[in-house]
Design a protein around this ligand. Sequence first.
Ligand SMILES: Nc1ncnc2c1ncn2[C@@H]1O[C@H](COP(=O)(O)OP(=O)(O)OP(=O)(O)O)[C@@H](O)[C@H]1O
Length: 340
Amino acid sequence: MFAVRIVARLRPPLPGEVCDDGVRVVSHRKVDKENAEPNKSANNSGPGIIVTKEGSSQHYPFHSAYGPDDSTTQTLFIHDMLPLVDQVFSGQTVTVFAYGVTSSGKTYTMQGNGLDDRGVIGLVVDEIFKRLGAAGGTLSMSYLELYLDAPYDLLVPPRTTSSHSGAPPLSFGTSIHLPALSTHHIESPEAFRSLYAQAAGNRSTGATLLNSSSSRSHAVLTLYLTLANAVVGKLHLLDLAGSENNNLTGNNPSRMKESSAINTSLTALGLVVSALNDNAKAISKAASKGEDPKLKLIPYRSSSLTRLLSDALGGSSLALLIVCLAPGTKFRSDLVRSVG
Ligand SMILES: Nc1ncnc2c1ncn2[C@@H]1O[C@H](COP(=O)(O)OP(=O)(O)OP(=O)(O)O)[C@@H](O)[C@H]1O
């Protein structure tokens, strides 16, 4: 059955950002350690985020949680991502999402900072190549963005004109797949880095009041693994555009149009995940009573994002949802919406 692991990552304050102590992380590592020591009382809260407002605190549980003290993405990678790499090598489809409001650290988590902190994408590609030597097999990739809900191949030669006017969007036709999406064989981590850097430069970004380089599209990188024993695994790595509060971003009309497309597709994704959860509950309830479950129709076709991921969200696929959070007080209501 489809299973999703949900983790939280609270980024450190940025220079000049106004923060208070209203958001705290209960690290899974601290909780695990306390539970391992019999003389210490277990932390009843469990891993998650505690938000304090007007004197009362609310705890939002997560499978694991990372705060500003967990300085690198590698910590998250080792704890939450490595077990999923095992699954890809056993032929599963795995999807990793970075989700959160604008400027909460999604691109940082997926791509790294280009300096000392490597993102999930670079770390997972290195890990795959480490294992490929022993397992024997090949790796290839596709990379696209969904801009205003239309898919564009980021691995076709760079557009000569800006803002997609130089290349038409890809067409779904009647399928859930994109037949014209290009796939590229990758020989080594270095070859991946060079191709990825070139493609990431084609992605739509723009300045808002909250982020000078804000992603204006959802980026979907897919790694296809074919092993010598004919096992085929697939890994989708998504850097979602941030849900936006136009009062904070100071968006102009064209940014508002982008923002509306971003928010609509994120809502569609939320509805799909919620319907999948409801169906999973209905299946286990019906099984306990020996009845046939009454299942909801999953609204995959309500956005390009959910249509594209329809074979990855459901069935026996697995997902890791990284909820990225910003500590600034101005994000507080958005933060509560993200974790709620
Ligand atoms: N864990 C972190 N440690 C240090 N700096 C971080 C961290 N996460 C994010 N940042 C910084 O916060 C800023 C916003 O991060 P980022 O661009 O990744 O946000 P985003 O969620 O992708 O935003 P958008 O949705 O607008 O594209 C950047 O300056 C980034 O370097």
